[in-house]
Design a protein around this ligand. Structure first.
Ligand code: HQG
Length: 181
């Protein structure tokens, strides 16, 4: 597939594996998996035929490693970013002392008032590098990068998980742990 086709399939997979499996008549397991055969069959039935080789290519080449097969290769899930109810079963992990979140200026008042909240997703998404935070923010406009005192949050009992594609996840980041970079 060319770059454009890969992105198109990645976006379609993200939509169905994170947000709207029902649109394809699919149901995810409680931990977010769907059988590859069922997915390919549903995509075909909805006028978007995809081969197993094409699916393999997207999973392998996706810049953010958004999707993963299980160890048998018969099931697939999104590594993070869900809005449907899933429990990925990720163990708690100790984050680096500092994490970053990329956003835009118009959200800052609300963020410093109520903290970072998951909004439509299950968790707040944080990154270990400012580069990644900048890329995330650039989706919305001119990036504003927030620094999160993850060491202090950990000391205060906040829990973190890290997704298979290295996104740090937590439930909320209260205002005292946030500073502008
Ligand atoms: C903001 C993409 C007002 C928050 C990216 C963000 C990421 C608040 C937006 C992943 C707020 C939520 C997630 C508050 C947070 N008041 N606004 N209290 N708290 N916000 O898309 O982090 O390409 O749900 O700053 O790369 O932007 O899909 O989160 O701007 O990893 O794989 O509310 O999505 O990955 O937006 O992005 P999102 P995000 P994919």
């Amino acid at each position: 597939m060319n770059e454009k086709e890969l992105i198109r399939l990645s976006k379609r997979l993200a939509r169905h594996l994170r947000h709207d499996p029902a649109a394809l008549g699919l149901t995810l397991t409680p931990d977010g998996w769907v059988a590859v055969d069922a997915l390919l069959g549903a995509l075909r039935a909805h006028g978007f035929p995809v081969t197993r080789a094409e699916l393999d290519e997207v999973v392998a080449t996706n810049t953010k490693r958004r999707f993963a097969f299980d160890e048998t290769g018969t099931r697939i899930r999104a590594n993070q970013g869900h809005s449907v109810a899933v429990d990925l079963g990720l163990p708690d992990a100790t984050p680096p002392d500092v994490l970053y979140h990329g956003t835009v200026a118009k959200f800052l008042d609300a963020i410093f008032r109520e903290g970072l909240r998951p909004m439509n997703r299950h968790a707040v998404h944080l990154s270990a590098t400012t580069d990644t935070a900048r890329t995330v923010a650039a989706r919305r406009g001119k990036p504003v990068i927030l620094r999160i005192d993850a060491a202090a949050m950990t000391a205060a009992g906040h829990r973190f998980q890290v997704s298979a594609n290295n996104v740090w996840l937590t439930t909320t980041v209260p205002p005292p742990y946030l500073t502008l970079t």
